[in-house]
Design a protein around this ligand. Structure first.
Ligand code: SF4
Ligand code: SF4
Length: 370
């Protein structure tokens, strides 16, 4: 039976460290071999201070590093940020400073290796460093996610796809969110972290996972050797059907989410978490799908007053659906696959997902009449 450890916690280092040590002890940390390299994979989406709740808190990373060092092993912190440089993300997040003087390797994921994952993707390229180490500690952040609803343990492994291969995969899976969820689960099964410890002490709600989201105090730390069971437990804590989260549904369909979960600790009940609105990307009769996607489906929009024309969004957009014209952003909603990467990478919170005016009313009419 999969086990999930739940602890109420704050960013108070000594008690936090005790919780993290306990979780690592419970999930095979004692087996870390002296002289080996242990990969620590935080959520380092981009340069953001801990108060923004975009990245794993430096004290969570520090406790994992100390644990590894105490076992005589070498901690390696790696990720492939969606925006900004790896170094800048380390500095602004406070992780560099928290680990000053420690014997740690900081290495951005750069090299990939092709691995077989079976249907439908067959072969994907995953960071070599994530495949070669014997022990991986996955340190995700609990955040809302405009495309996938939440980003938790399984989705954090998407950072093991190097650099611009990430938007390529968004483009290949297109508007099919379930297909993208399946890809995320396949990446998770390839990397298969030894332990996942979720930083939900200061989480993010609303239009996450980037600057558009809102920090939310949740005070919870969760650990498991099985990230799928951990993600299912988070959904239960937040009062939603666990299989409404598509990564959980894909994992269940792949036979990875079966059986009861043993909870060690007291699971809080959080019933007022603000989820991003996830609307269907196609609905109604097939011949109207094109029109509907263009005019009725939720889509990214720009707040001109907040936009600094930095170019992050149009450079990252996998569908090349954003252009700058006459000092304004222009979206080609025919091309746009609604991955919301642009919202995720915008460093100035200038983008948000919005349903076009009257879309809700028209959808209701269509549902009744057709
Ligand atoms: S919307 Fe955001 S990412 Fe895009 S150009 Fe403006 S500030 Fe930059
Ligand atoms: S415009 Fe934004 S949501 Fe649309 S495809 Fe580009 S990055 Fe994704």
């Amino acid at each position: 039976m999969a086990k999930v450890i739940v602890r109420q916690a704050q960013y108070d280092y000594e008690p936090l460290k005790q919780h993290i040590y306990y979780m690592l002890d419970q999930f095979g940390g004692a087996g870390i071999k002296k002289g080996s390299t242990v990969l620590i994979k935080p959520n380092l989406l981009g340069p953001a201070q801990p108060e923004a709740a975009m990245v794993t808190h430096p004290l969570v990373v520090k406790a994992a590093v100390e644990y590894v060092l105490q076992r005589g092993a070498l901690p390696q912190i790696s990720d492939s940020p969606a925006m900004g440089s790896f170094e800048k993300a380390l500095v602004v997040s406070g992780i560099r400073e928290a680990l000053r003087g420690y014997d740690v390797v900081f290495r951005e994921f750069k090299e990939s290796e092709t691995v077989s994952v079976g249907e439908p993707f067959n072969r994907i390229e995953v960071a070599r460093d994530a495949l070669e180490v014997p022990f991986t500690i996955n340190l995700p952040k609990l955040k809302s996610h405009t495309q996938m609803m939440l980003t938790l343990g399984v989705k954090n492994m998407y950072g093991c796809i190097v650099g611009l291969r990430k938007p390529e995969w968004h483009f290949r899976t297109g508007i099919n969110r379930y297909l993208f969820a399946k890809l995320l689960v396949q990446i998770y099964t390839v990397v298969r972290p030894s332990v996942t410890i979720l930083d939900g002490i200061l989480g993010m709600e609303g239009q996450g996972p980037g600057k558009g989201g809102s920090p939310r105090e949740l005070g919870v730390l969760m650990g498991s050797s099985d990230a799928v069971s951990l993600d299912i437990s988070v959904c239960r804590m937040l009062g939603i059907d666990p299989f409404a989260l598509l990564t959980n549904r894909a994992a269940r369909d792949m036979g990875l989410a079966e059986g009861p979960i043993d909870i060690d600790g007291t699971m809080p009940e959080i019933r007022d978490f603000k989820f991003p609105e996830i609307t269907p990307l196609v609905f109604g009769p097939r011949f109207l799908h094109g029109f509907m996607r263009r005019h009725l489906v939720q889509r990214p929009v720009c707040d001109d007053a907040a936009c600094r024309s930095c170019g992050e969004c149009w450079q990252y957009c996998p569908a090349k659906a954003i252009e700058r014209r006459h000092k304004h952003l222009h979206f080609d909603y025919d091309k746009c696959i609604r991955c919301y990467c642009c919202i995720e990478v915008c460093p100035h919170a200038a983008l948000r997902a919005e349903e076009p005016f009257l879309a809700g009313t028209i959808k209701k009419v269509l549902r009744h009449d057709l």
